[in-house]
Design a binder for this molecule. Sequence first.
Ligand code: E4P
Length: 223
Amino acid sequence: MKFFLDTANLEEIKRCATFGFLDGVTTNPSLMAREGISDQTARIEEICRVTEGPVSAEVLAVETEGMVAEAKTLADIAPNVAVKIPLTLPGLAATRELSDHGLAVNLTLVFSPLQALLAAKAGAAFVSPFVGRLDDIGADGMDLVESIVAIYNNYAFETEVIVASIRSPQHVLRAALIGADICTVPFKVIETLAAHPLTEKGLAAFLADHRKAADKRHNPSSH
Ligand code: E4P
């Protein structure tokens, strides 16, 4: 399973790149706004310099023609830009046109298996089901991921499933068990994935035992 970082914060991306498992980045207009950015071009350029993996940048147009034009401008920023387009009928039409021209499209704001089926048929490189937002309204977001993976397997679609709107390590675990291709994870959740109290406790004990043995070697009479 690939790990994307779900942020527009450059420091988080640079730091995550040092961990050795960063496969890409996803942004959206809200994440850009959180960084105080209204023109995303420069930030997308900077992110693409940090990671070679796909970097999703979202269009703001809502009609097909505007989406296609905006997508082409975004794709010109760097070869690893994936254009994020909302899953609407105009968005599907734009996806067909852009994917026919060889552009990677990430169809976003996906909340049903049938939306995901249409995304694959339109030639999207990625589909982004939003699991946390479904959980927020009392549904089970990971059920959606399970259905999408089953449908894509039935027809051998090549569209990669990006589990998005992740809120907890449990989402990441279930995504891996289901066999989703990618999780896009906020930095604060990424940090928790490597943490376990028994790892910390075990490490502290190993270091304390080593210190005791080293003290004994240097001061044999003090024991
Ligand atoms: C990523 O592609 C999505 O835009 C993001 O995961 C949405 O997350 P949120 O529901 O926490 O805003």
